[in-house]
Ligand binder design. Structure first.
Ligand SMILES: Cc1cc2nc3c(=O)[nH]c(=O)nc-3n(C[C@H](O)[C@H](O)[C@H](O)COP(=O)(O)O)c2cc1C
Length: 256
């Protein structure tokens, strides 16, 4: 969650038994700062300075981040996971994965996709260590054309198994916020889940208090949120690749 999930949140998630991710966009110095925060928090709790990797992941958005600027950060901090989401072309995941593995061989590559076709393509080309299958309920950016994890995860699972990629574990994302969602995702064929929106309620998330209050007040999510490109078009030309839109609260701006 670029701009929302910094080192404090990511390290807290890891220290609680999950895998925290620090989100990043274009500012690699800001990312360094957050990774230092994560590293110090983990070290002070576990004394784990001798670990070969930093026990949080780093999320990159390759369509806006510069690979040449991201590589030195990964080489320096060696995050346990590099998470990739949103490229201009599907083949760019392979380019990023190869380059990341070269500078930090112990770092695992996780790629988030939202269709059977993309999962198959990325499995073949980027050889990810994990594929995250994002369903249409997901908050934040996702795919304009998509479906929920209830049909998407089994379809991806079966396709990958048929084509010889059953060694790639799947994790599911989109609309999961408690144990019931986790149990459902496991039944669908995922091995773990990814949770985004729920962390907008966390103490350690980087968010304006009014934004957080609006999320907390929202009920009946299918009515109070909507998928759209509205916020990508506001202010400046939409820089996101064509296939992406985003799920957000349906605020006043959507109604005018
Ligand atoms: C506020 C917010 C920001 C997000 N930013 C990113 C991002 O920078 N990169 C990314 O890969 N995914 C991002 N996501 C999407 C997550 O990767 C994930 O698919 C989603 O949060 C899962 O669905 P959930 O929000 O229903 O838990 C974001 C999600 C939210 C809610």
């Amino acid at each position: 969650m670029a701009g929302f999930a910094g080192g404090a949140l990511a390290s807290a998630v890891t220290l609680a038994g999950g895998l925290g991710l620090v989100g990043s966009a274009v500012d690699m110095n800001a990312l360094r700062k957050e990774l230092r925060i994560a590293s110090e928090a983990i070290e002070s709790k576990t004394g784990a300075s001798s670990m070969t990797t930093l026990a949080v992941g780093v999320g990159f958005l390759p369509f806006i981040a510069e690979l040449e600027e991201a590589l030195p950060v990964v080489a320096e901090f060696k995050p346990v996971v590099v998470w990739l989401f949103a490229t201009k072309e599907l083949d760019h995941y392979a380019e990023w994965a190869t380059a990341m593995r070269k500078v930090s061989p112990d770092t695992k590559i996780w790629v988030q996709v939202g269709s059977v076709a993309a999962a198959r393509h990325v499995a073949r080309t980027a050889k990810p260590d994990v594929l995250c299958i994002q369903g249409a309920n997901a908050g934040g950016h996702g795919f304009e054309r998509g479906t929920g994890i209830i049909s998407l995860v089994p379809e991806v699972f079966d396709t990958l198994a048929r084509e010889g990629f059953s060694h790639i574990p799947l994790v599911a994302s989109g609309g999961i916020s408690d144990g019931r969602g986790v149990a459902a995702a496991l039944a669908l064929g995922a091995q773990r889940v990814v949770i985004g929106t729920r962390f907008l309620a966390a103490d350690k998330v980087i968010v304006h208090t009014k934004y957080q209050a609006a999320v907390l007040e929202a009920q009946d999510g299918g009515q109070m949120t909507t998928r759209s490109k509205l916020f990508d078009h506001l202010g400046s030309p939409n820089i996101w690749p064509e296939v992406y839109d985003g799920r957000s609260l349906a605020v006043q701006s959507h109604k005018v």
